[in-house]
Ligand binder design. Structure first.
Ligand SMILES: CC(C)(COP(=O)(O)OP(=O)(O)OC[C@H]1O[C@@H](n2cnc3c(N)ncnc32)[C@H](O)[C@@H]1OP(=O)(O)O)[C@@H](O)C(=O)NCCC(=O)NCCS
Length: 220
């Protein structure tokens, strides 16, 4: 019997961290970054319907059911353990979800551990430094808790706001492949470290159950 890659038993799926890193709750001066919840649905629908988010992330047009499925998928992206595991956090301002930051664990070996980050924010909340503040917290988590040696961000060459954000965060532009610019940083920004509060895996829930969720192609 031939097993396809996506059905390889988890134990055969390559290197992993010594122990899983569970989605934290990060608090910054103005924001709370925490795992997505199904009760975020109304805010999530606004994010999905924000044409500048869809365009820049190359998300397809989804109907309401697909948007909810996408949110459900994100609620399950809460553990980093193996290369290519994905973690997404809702960005909350005064109790309202205004955006999202995310991270793919790319390589796990301690001496070359790396991750790729992503960010998005509802159009009406732009221009106040919220995305900068959220991404700073995520980067601090990456370098201080996850132990990454470097972090990348891949940005379309015409996405000026996202490139400006990467530069504000201290990323250097290191390559361009077609229309995609690669940014890289080797350290967390020095501006205010967030407080962290990683929720433990709850009783009856296994790490495997958090990771083994349906995967959709455009998780960024
Ligand atoms: C990329 C994205 C998150 C950037 O949003 P943003 O509003 O430009 O970023 P910030 O929230 O950090 O705000 C920065 C702006 O606030 C200003 N600002 C105000 N207070 C600030 C503070 N305390 N710290 C930093 N900037 C501050 C900055 O000067 C900057 O102003 P400008 O827009 O006039 O240059 C947003 O454009 C977006 O969601 N785009 C669609 C999705 C996307 O492209 N994702 C990335 C794919 S690679």
């Amino acid at each position: 019997m031939v097993l396809s890659l996506s059905h390889r038993p988890r134990l055969l799926r390559g290197a992993r961290l010594t122990s899983p890193v569970v989605a934290p709750v990060l608090r910054t001066p103005r924001l709370v970054l925490r795992p997505h919840r199904m009760s975020d649905a109304e805010a999530w629908l606004q994010i999905e319907r924000d044409s500048s988010i869809r365009a820049n992330l190359h998300w397809p047009e989804r109907d309401r059911r697909q948007m909810i499925t996408h949110l459900r998928d994100r609620t399950r992206k809460t553990v980093l353990w193996r290369a290519d595991d994905f973690l997404a956090l809702a960005v909350e301002l005064d109790g309202e979800v205004i955006g999202d930051v995310s991270m793919h664990l790319r390589t796990v070996a301690p001496e070359s551990r790396s991750a790729e980050v992503g960010w998005l924010q509802l159009s009406r909340y732009r221009g106040h430094g919220y995305a900068t503040e959220a991404a700073e917290a995520l980067l601090t988590f990456a370098f201080q808790t996850l132990g990454t040696r470097w972090v990348t961000a891949l940005v379309d060459a015409d996405n000026e706001r996202s490139m400006a954000l990467a530069e504000r965060l201290g990323f250097a532009r290191v390559a361009q492949t077609g229309c995609t610019v690669t940014f890289l940083t080797t350290g967390a920004p020095t501006i205010g470290a967030p407080t962290t509060d990683a929720p433990p895996i709850s009783a009856g829930e296994t790490v495997e159950s958090r990771i083994d969720s349906p995967v959709i192609a455009d998780t960024m």
